[in-house]
Design a protein around this ligand. Structure first.
Ligand code: IDP
Ligand code: MG
Length: 139
């Protein structure tokens, strides 16, 4: 059975552009409850750890420097079928291919600076949530 939590993170381009409020509003209006949320910043080393699964991909270095270039807003979200429904809400990785009305179609700048992260499985949602939040930060 699909789990009811996912992990997301507003990326530096979205935060720098002043889109925290607009994107968070879309997330809440789509029926997701915010369980945990904060504004923080990753070092390049920590960004590398978060994206370790992409280590072999050609854009890994670029991704780590981009993800540590400014503030981010990680969140844990709750909703039935959370992982799949949230991936639908954010749209395809490349904003040019993202369906109209999705968060990436509306706010992403490019395939790398694509506004928002969304976990791709229940297992990764758990790992990524634990990367940023202690049990005392979840309500
Ligand atoms: P996802 O975020 O839609 O799950 P992934 O394939 O898991 O996409 O890639 C992780 C992140 O790496 C993307 O969100 C994007 O920021 C970056 N990325 C993915 N593909 C490329 C690429 O071809 N060039 C540059 N950056 C990329
Ligand atoms: Mg991914």
């Amino acid at each position: 059975m699909a789990g009811n939590r996912t992990f997301t993170m507003l990326k530096p381009d979205a935060v720098t552009a002043g889109n925290i409020g607009a994107i968070t509003k879309m997330i809440e209006e789509a029926g997701f409850k915010i369980v945990a949320m904060k504004k923080t910043r990753l070092s390049s080393e920590l960004a590398g750890k978060f994206y370790e699964v992409h280590k072999a991909r050609p854009f890994y270095g670029e991704l780590c420097s981009y993800m540590s270039s400014g503030a981010i807003v990680p969140m844990i979200l709750e909703k039935d079928n959370a992982v799949e429904d949230f991936r639908t809400l954010i749209g395809a990785t490349d904003p040019k291919k993202a369906a109209p009305g999705t968060i990436r179609a509306l706010f992403a700048k490019s395939i790398d600076a694509n506004a928002i992260h969304g976990s791709d499985s229940d297992a990764n949602a758990e790992i990524e949530s634990n990367f940023f939040f202690s049990q005392f930060e979840r309500f």
